[in-house]
Ligand binder design. Structure first.
Ligand code: SIN
Length: 354
């Protein structure tokens, strides 16, 4: 009897050891945390074929459950950070997101992070994170152009691809990226180019840095403009205010004057051509600059660079230029730069470096 008992215990122990070693095997899969913020990827409409829907309706648990294939790549956990359309994205949520991602990597809670996000302002969140996340582990933003309830929705496929990108060892050190519609773009370069089409994300100056296909990501380029020293946002509750003002033929300077009167710390002027403005706007911008507001010339053109001293005497007016950053991204860099310094040259150097 004793012998039989010993035999049974022996067999059970063997099974336990085997089960444990299987678990250890499972745990070698990369760990990916999905931080959900809302957007069309979590959107729901009443009809699968009509366009009307509301963004940010579906919680992270349902997003994760809808794509069980993610388990082929990673151990996935979800957290709800916000549940909004990205037109309502704000500095408070950016700070929350960035602090949480830094905490995840500091505490080694994951090997990669995926952020589900509306596409409208995804490029801005991506660039904010590029400038503030202090890790070379993958941070991947993803969204969808069709809501989760739509026929041929793109969200599930995009999410699967994003988790694959975040768990790929090749993604280490490429910086914060967006992964959508089979392409990977660097955060500083990506922009939404079409209001409703699935191929909306593009980098007009440089193209995608990687391509996704058949469960694999292949990288071709890497940005050289990722700051080595990231901005420290720990403890910040908000950022210095920077206004974006849009240029057009026969523009009235009232928007620049209003921003100046409101006491903003910076103005990004989305100028015509190479960041140009008409005479009345120029006078208003010069007055703002003389009051200590940092004036940054950017371009509404959508591609190319804004260069110093072309048609504008930036030195005399005290202006800086955005280089190739879009006006909305120039605002983000200027807000963060102003947390460190008000020195124009130092800020201009950041625009040429980051
Ligand atoms: C949004 O940005 O939240 C709405 C649009 C989208 O996600 O595509």
């Amino acid at each position: 009897m004793k012998k039989v008992l010993t035999l049974v215990v022996g067999i059970l122990l063997t099974f336990q050891v085997q089960a444990q070693s299987k678990n250890v095997e499972k745990n070698t899969q990369p760990r990916v945390i999905i931080l959900a913020t809302g957007g069309t990827i979590a959107g729901a409409g009443e009809s699968s074929t009509k366009a009307a829907y509301t963004a940010g309706q579906i919680g992270v648990e349902n997003l994760v459950n809808a794509v069980p294939q993610m388990k082929n790549f990673a151990q996935v956990k979800g957290e709800q950070i916000a549940q909004i359309g990205s037109q309502d994205m704000n500095i408070e949520t950016w700070l929350k997101l960035s602090n949480r991602i830094n905490e995840i990597f500091e505490k080694n809670e994951a090997d990669g992070v995926v952020i589900t996000h509306g596409t409208d302002t995804q490029e801005e969140t991506a660039y904010f994170l590029e400038l503030t996340v202090k890790s070379d582990k993958p941070v991947v933003l993803v969204g969808a152009m069709r809501p989760a309830t739509a026929m041929s929705q793109d969200g599930n496929r995009n999410l699967l691809d994003a988790v694959m990108v975040a768990s790929s060892p090749n993604s280490k050190g490429v910086g914060v990226v967006t992964a959508m519609n089979e392409a990977v773009f660097a955060a500083r370069d990506v922009t939404k180019t079409v209001t409703t089409n699935m191929a909306t994300f593009q980098s007009r100056n440089f193209g995608p840095i990687g391509l996704i296909y058949d469960g694999k990501v292949s990288y071709y380029y890497k940005t050289l403009r990722s700051p080595e020293q990231k901005f420290d946002i720990k403890g910040l509750k908000t950022l210095p205010e920077v206004e974006v003002v849009y240029g057009y033929a026969d523009a009235n300077p009232r928007a620049v004057k209003a921003a100046t009167k409101d006491g903003v710390a910076g103005i990004v002027y989305a100028g015509m051509g190479n960041g140009n403005f008409n005479a009345p706007v120029g006078e208003a911008l010069e007055a703002a600059s003389k009051q200590g507001i940092i004036v940054c010339r950017a371009a509404r053109a959508g591609a190319g660079r804004v260069t110093l001293f072309n048609e504008v005497d930036d030195q005399a007016l005290g202006f800086i230029v955005s280089d190739d950053l879009s006006p909305q991204k120039a605002r983000i860099l200027l807000m963060l730069a102003l947390t460190q310094t008000k020195d124009r040259q130092a800020i201009q150097d950041m625009f040429f470096k980051y």
